[in-house]
Design a protein around this ligand. Sequence first.
Ligand SMILES: Nc1ncnc2c1ncn2[C@@H]1O[C@H](COP(=O)(O)OP(=O)(O)OP(=O)(O)O)[C@@H](O)[C@H]1O
Length: 320
Amino acid sequence: MNTNEHVIEVTDLRRVYGGEFEAVRGVSFSVGRGELFALLGTNGAGKTSTVELLEGLAPPSGGQVRVLGHDPYTERGKVRPHIGVMLQEGGFSSELTVAETVRMWAGCTSGARPEREALALVGLSRRAAVRVKQLSGGEKRRLDLACAILGRPEVLFLDEPTTGLDAEGRQETWELVRELRETGTTVVLTTHYLEEAEGLADRLAILHAGRIAVTGTPAEVTASQPSRISFELPAGYFPGDLPPLASLGITGHEMEGRTIRLRTLELQRAATELLVWAQRAGVELRGLDVRSGSLEEAFLRIAREASQTSEMTAEKERVA
Ligand SMILES: Nc1ncnc2c1ncn2[C@@H]1O[C@H](COP(=O)(O)OP(=O)(O)OP(=O)(O)O)[C@@H](O)[C@H]1O
């Protein structure tokens, strides 16, 4: 697997709807061969708008996209045979059966896998004779996936592939995605499930309001987030009685009732020194909770900052 080769290159990408609303505002990233890159984001962050440009479904309003060295929109014929696309809405005919749907797609796909193989891969073999309209939401997602991987694509785009699946279906899809990746398929995944990105992605980006708010490997993104320590202040104690917070590597704190919440990028030092202090003072830190930074923390911080910014903007508009 040569991950030095960039299969996808996105530079300062922009997408404007209706001549005024900029849904994608200067997004840049690259994806190496065989990598799984996940795009996460708050609702309306611009994930689908970005991925559609990579799939060549629309031209960018600005910037550049290269997929396998070509412009996916103007050179669609060169790119399309090598990519697989699983959209949020497959748009299948509800009257066709599962097998007929796959056969129809196979007819438009060069070098398609045998229908049985595609259905077996997504766990739909026993539903082959069922009409699409009778499938559950999760089964429809599996059919979408079967069609996306029919042509053994070099690059696979998965737009929220596990939405609507139960826990077992989700695990099975993850297993399949891992297998595809192991055989060298490059995957771009959009998802709302943080554990999906954490478990599958080599690298990820969290989009917010059309821009990349944070990017890196899951470990890098997680490590950049503060860890948290919270506990109840012992009776008769005040925050000022604790050792100076800055000396513990605490970067922020807040109180809620008697509970104090601390943020730190040096979890081990902060936790050790607090416990030593409590031991010496002979007090118990009730409800002590120590939590490492997580992808969820990164995501929530971005969403929180976003809502604070939009509240401030609304306030400014009210005052004006
Ligand atoms: N065809 C369109 N015309 C106008 N605005 C659009 C259009 N498609 C999307 N938008 C807007 O662009 C923004 C980004 O939408 P997009 O679907 O790309 O976000 P997303 O990150 O995929 O969201 P979600 O997680 O909710 O699917 C949203 O504000 C959306 O309302």
